[in-house]
Structures are given as structure tokens and as C-alpha cells.
Write a protein that binds this ligand. Structure first.
Ligand SMILES: Cc1cc2nc3c(=O)[nH]c(=O)nc-3n(C[C@H](O)[C@H](O)[C@H](O)COP(=O)(O)OP(=O)(O)OC[C@H]3O[C@@H](n4cnc5c(N)ncnc54)[C@H](O)[C@@H]3O)c2cc1C
Length: 467
């Protein structure tokens, strides 16, 4: 069963409509029983659940391991540019609770410049317009091949789809090997898993929101700050163990006293659940353990390059550049660059390092080396017009961050999209609830999915405490 759009729209109208309390109007009946609820994690899922439960009258304690809020949303200054190191984009604005919430708080957003990506060969030579069009046409045709193949084999991988497509190659003017590389880098940039493992059915399960991509002014930072306003949040306090004790749950930490609460909303990222770095006693249900084990987490890193002027010439008319084939051996790292200059306040490019190329690239080289290589790759696409170096640069390492251990979830072979429901299912007689992007069967990998999951679990608590 797919999540219907209408209920979300109804929910938005009743929960997030601009109104009395700075945009959040909680119209649910007051709880009959006030509970003390701990929310583990101050990412968007946790802050959303906490915000709604706090406003409804519950006593809410948010416990966050890092010394900041936002989780995989992290807005920073890189020299003169304000940059999102994690999520940056609203993927669709219709029925997007994040956009609705942002609007209610006066946060504005602008559309992402959109057009045919500029494509380049291994030598950095730019492809002409007809060739660019032909590549993109093949990409659309690849989706149809994918739909057909999934109908025959729901476990078909993205790589199977690419190979099936190439076996009936109908674009004699294009090099099929170059198209394989192009498709692979795009899928490894988003959704960031290995094409040999991610299923096409999993990619198809993601339900696009309408309204195209937009970027909030000032980044996501102001949105999470508005969500967090007035909440009781403890930073720098990693939870080490959750113990279900019948009618309550105990949270334990490396030091300091344990916290005993009526209920927990756990928003640990999927990779953290997989690593079992937070002990759960008694154990979780077999169905949840299986689903957590089967779903995958990809790696996606940003090499942020900020310049003092827009030196690229000719100017680009879209936000994306892609080197269709690249120099070996790290040919898929920073094969894709996105421009963010319209949004960050300074000329800015992000080189993507995603999928299986990320690990060898990141584990063998320093940040400075990687950023220099990304700058050299970008410079190589525009002849000799580039400055010697960016004025500021920053590399992310989400995969090494113990509180993320990767970018976001995907559905690899052996898993099914329904596994997300099992990750979402409550445990310990509904004393332990789960939210987060990896609990959303059709809105995973996104900030709006994280927010919807927080709304869903707040709703669940409200139902449980209504009488
Ligand atoms: C590079 C990158 C680019 C992305 N781009 C986009 C985009 O453009 N648009 C989009 O919609 N989405 C994007 N995403 C995905 C989006 O960021 C996530 O789906 C979303 O932010 C997840 O929110 P969450 O609340 O589920 O998890 P998180 O934000 O990860 O929150 C979980 C929280 O739990 C905390 N935690 C972990 N362990 C413990 C512990 N032991 N004790 C206490 N706290 C703990 C973490 O510190 C974190 O704050 C991107 C992600 C990445 C990495």
C-alpha cells in the first residue's frame, strides 16, 4: 500500500498551517495523560516529533549526541559562502511539510536552475547540444527499461537495468561504455549506493513530490532552528543503551545519571541502528532486526569549492556538469559537479563523491588532496581559465561520522521497500517508537520524509495518550 497524498495534505492543513503559534497550529485534542517522552536525535525527524509533542502539552526531552542540532542537515560558512554540507534542496514543494513549515516562519526559497546538464569527455572536451540531448534521451529510455525489467524481476539491480538497456542499444552515435559510466555516476551520486546492489524497484518506490527542486534562502539552518525553538535539548550526550522496563524506558549514557521516561521516539540513522552502537534491551523484534540488516546505506560526500568570482567561461546555463567518462582510477569521484552560486552568496561548486568510489577516495587521501583534485577536475572542464585554487573549500565525511555512518538509506538486493515499514514499527508494547528517513516506505532519503516520520510518531503518541 502506498502512502496516499491526500492524507498528507489534510495533515499539513491541520498541523502546519500558518496561524496562531508562529506557524504551528496543533489542533489535536489535548492528551488525557501527560507523558515524559525522550526523543533520541535532534535531526529533522526528532525535532519535528519533539516540537509537536511539546506543543501538545507533553514533557519532552531531546537527547542529541553531537554538539549541534540538525543531524544530516548542517549549514555552515565556507569562506564567504553559506553552504549546506548535508541536505540542501527541497525535493518538490507541493505537499512538502518542510516547505510549508518554512513558509510559515518567513523562510523563502528559490527554484533550482534547471536545464540540460553540460557533459564532458575524459579529456575535458565539452559535448555539443545534440549529444547532450541524446544522453538525456537515453536516460529517460533507461527508466522505461527499468520499469519493464522490474515487472519481470523485482530484485533486478540498477546495473541489470543498465546492461539490459545497453543490450538493445538504439543510439548508434553514442558510445555505450560512456553511457554506462554516465548512468553509473548519476545513480552513485543519488541515491548513492552501488549500482550492482541497489534494486530498481527500490528506486521506483521513492515517491516524488510535485513542484520541482527549490533551495531555501540561507540554507536549511534557519528551518531547524525554528523547529527547535523552545524545546529542551541536551547536546553532546550520546545514548548508549535503551532498556524497556515494562511501563517505562531507561536511557543510559557514558556518564551521568540515567533518564527514565514513559516513552522514547528513536530517530537513530539506519546505519547507526545497523552498527548496533546503541544497545537495546530486550532486543528488537526479529522483523525489525531483519529489515535493518537488509536495507542499505550509501555514502555521499561533498567537496565544496568557493571562488571569489565566476571564472568559468562560457557561463553555464544549468546547475549540473558531468564528466561522462573520467580519468582512471578514481574516475567516478567528482565526475558530477553542481553549482550553488545563486543560493550561497558566493561562486560555489560542489563536487560529489558517492557510492563505492567514495571509500577508496576518502580513505587514502587527505581532505586537502581531495579538494585540490576536485578543483583540478573542475578547472580542467573549462580550459585554463581557472584560478590556482578556490578561496575556501570544505570536504564532508558523513561516512566516518559515528552519528551518521553514511548518507541515507536505499533498497539493495535481498531487501524490499516494505522493509521501511518494519523499521518504523513500534517495539516494547509501543514504548519505543521509531522515526527518521529510513522509516518512510516512499519518502526515504529526504528531509521531508524525516519530517513526515516525526509527524507520524507524534500522531501515534497522541493516539496512545488520548484516553
Ligand atoms: C550529503 C547529503 C546530501 C543530502 N541532500 C539532501 C537534499 O538535498 N534534500 C533532502 O531532502 N535530503 C537530502 N539528504 C538526506 C537528508 O539529509 C536526510 O534524509 C535527513 O536529514 C535525515 O533526517 P533524520 O532526522 O532522519 O536523521 P538525522 O538528521 O541523521 O538525525 C539523527 C540524529 O540522531 C543523532 N544521534 C546519532 N546517534 C546518537 C546517539 N547514540 N545518541 C543520541 N543521538 C544520536 C545524530 O547526531 C542526529 O542528530 C542528504 C543527505 C546527505 C548526507
Amino acid at each position: 500500500m502506498r502512502l496516499a497524498r491526500v492524507p498528507w495534505r489534510t495533515r499539513l492543513a491541520t498541523w502546519w498551517s500558518p496561524g496562531k503559534t508562529k506557524g504551528i497550529a496543533w489542533r489535536a485534542p489535548a492528551p488525557a495523560r501527560i507523558e515524559h517522552i525522550a526523543v533520541v536525535g535532534a535531526g529533522v525527524a526528532g525535532l519535528t516529533a519533539a516540537r509537536l509533542l511539546h506543543d501538545a502539552g507533553h514533557r519532552v526531552s531531546v537527547i542529541e549526541a553531537r554538539d549541534r542540532i540538525g543531524g544530516r542537515v548542517h549549514t555552515v560558512d565556507v569562506g564567504p559562502a553559506r553552504v549546506d554540507l548535508g541536505a540542501a534542496t527541497f525535493h518538490g514543494i507541493r505537499d512538502n511539510p518542510v516547505a510549508t513549515f518554512a513558509a510559515a516562519h518567513g523562510v523563502r526559497w528559490r527554484p533550482r536552475r534547471f536545464g540540460l546538464p553540460h557533459l564532458f569527455g575524459a579529456d575535458g572536451a565539452a559535448f555539443d547540444l545534440p549529444t547532450r540531448r541524446a544522453y538525456i534521451q537515453q536516460l529517460s529510455a533507461l527508466w522505461h527499461t527499468g520499469e519493464r525489467l522490474v515487472g519481470q524481476d523485482p530484485q533486478a539491480t540498477v546495473s541489470d537495468v543498465i546492461e539490459q538497456h545497453l543490450s538493445g542499444w538504439a543510439a548508434p552515435g553514442l558510445d555505450p561504455a560512456a553511457f554506462r559510466h554516465f548512468a553509473t555516476v548519476l545513480f552513485e551520486t543519488d541515491p548513492a549506493g552501488p549500482v550492482t546492489e541497489m534494486t530498481a524497484a527500490g528506486i521506483g518506490a521513492y515517491d516524488d513530490l510535485d513542484g520541482s527542486n527549490h533551495i531555501p534562502d540561507g540554507g536549511y539552518g534557519p528551518i531547524v532552528r525554528h523547529l527547535a525553538t523552545g524545546l529542551h535539548i541536551t547536546l553532546g550526550r550520546p545514548v548508549r543503551k535503551l532498556s524497556g522496563r515494562g511501563h517505562d524506558v531507561e536511557l543510559t549514557f557514558d556518564d551521568g545519571p540515567a533518564l527514565v521516561v514513559d516513552r522514547v521516539v528513536c530517530t537513530l540513522p539506519l546505519a547507526v541502528l545497523k552498527a548496533r552502537s546503541v544497545e537495546m534491551w530486550p532486543g528488537l523484534s526479529a522483523a525489525k532486526v531483519r529489515a535493518v540488516g537488509r536495507l542499505g546505506v550509501g555514502q555521499l560526500e561533498k567537496a565544496v569549492l568557493v571562488y571569489d568570482r565566476r571564472w568559468w567561461d562560457p557561463p553555464v546555463d544549468t546547475h549540473r556538469l558531468c564528466q561522462v567518462t573520467g580519468p582512471a582510477p578514481l574516475d567516478r569521484a567528482y565526475a558530477v559537479f553542481d553549482e550553488y552560486s545563486d543560493h550561497t552568496g558566493a561562486p560555489t561548486w560542489v563536487g560529489w563523491i558517492g557510492g563505492p568510489s567514495a571509500r577508496p577516495c576518502l580513505s587514502t587521501r587527505t581532505d586537502d588532496d581531495i579538494l585540490a583534485a576536485a578543483h583540478a577536475r573542475l578547472a580542467g572542464l573549462f580550459g585554463d581559465r581557472a584560478p590556482a585554487a578556490p578561496v575556501a573549500a570544505r570536504l564532508t565525511r558523513w561516512g566516518d561520522d559515528p552519528y551518521a555512518l553514511g548518507a541515507y538509506s536505499h533498497v539493495p538486493q535481498g531487501a524490499v521497500p516494505d522493509d521501511y515499514r518494519a523499521v518504523a514499527a513500534p517495539e516494547w508494547r509501543q514504548r519505543l517508537l521509531f522515526a527518521g528517513e529510513a522509516t518512510m516506505p516512499h519518502h526515504f532519503q529526504s528531509v521531508h520524509g524525516a519530517m513526515m516520520s516525526g509527524m507520524r510518531e507524534a500522531d501515534r503518541v497522541m493516539a496512545l495518550t488520548a484516553s
